[in-house]
Design a protein around this ligand. Structure first.
Ligand code: GDP
Length: 139
C-alpha cells in the first residue's frame, strides 16, 4: 500500500466542543500522522471555494454558514492508504448511519454539523491540501 496524504478539517462544532485533542489522538492511534496543522477562521470565500462542487446542492448555504461560524483546525494527515482509512475512521456523513467507534458516531450532532472533513480521492486530496497549505508549510 502506498503512503498518501489527505486533508482533514476539524469543523467548527469540534473546536467549539473542545474535541480537537481527542480526535487527533484517535488519528494518531490509527497511524494517521498530522504532518501540518493550523487553526484558522475560514472566510466565506475560502469555504465557498473549498466546497465549490456542492454549489448547486440545496444545503450549500447552510454548509458555508456552518463552516465560517467559528475557527476550524486544518491538518494534512499522512499514512498508508490515508485517504480511504481516514474516511473509514470518520464514519458516514450522517452520524445516525456511522459505525460504532467512528469519529462522527462519537462526536457529530447531525448530517450538517458532523465534526470532520476528509478528502475522498487522490485528486481531491491534492486540490484540498493545495487550497489551504502552501508548499513551504509542508515537509
Ligand atoms: P462527506 O464527504 O462525508 O463530508 O459528505 P458530502 O461530500 O456529501 O457533503 C459535504 C458536507 O456537506 C458534509 O460533511 C456535511 O457537513 C454537509 N452536508 C451534507 N449533506 C447535508 C445535508 O443534507 N444538510 C446539511 N445542512 N449539510 C449537509
Amino acid at each position: 500500500m502506498a503512503v498518501e496524504r489527505t486533508l482533514s478539517i476539524l469543523k467548527p462544532d469540534s473546536v467549539e466542543k473542545n474535541h480537537v485533542g481527542e480526535i487527533i489522538a484517535m488519528l494518531e492511534a490509527a497511524s494517521l500522522r498530522p504532518i501540518a496543522i493550523k487553526r484558522t477562521q475560514l472566510t466565506r470565500a475560502m469555504a465557498e471555494g473549498f466546497y465549490a462542487v456542492h454549489r448547486e446542492r440545496k444545503f450549500f448555504g447552510e454548509l458555508v454558514e456552518f463552516m465560517t461560524r467559528g475557527p476550524v483546525v486544518l491538518m494534512v494527515l499522512e499514512g498508508e492508504n490515508a485517504i480511504a482509512r481516514y474516511r473509514e475512521i470518520m464514519g458516514a456523513t450522517d452520524p445516525a448511519k456511522a459505525a460504532e467507534g467512528t469519529i462522527r458516531k462519537k462526536f457529530a450532532a447531525n448530517i450538517g454539523e458532523n465534526a470532520t472533513h476528509g478528502s475522498d480521492a487522490p485528486e481531491t486530496a491534492k486540490f484540498e491540501i493545495g487550497w489551504f497549505f502552501a508548499g513551504c508549510e509542508l515537509p
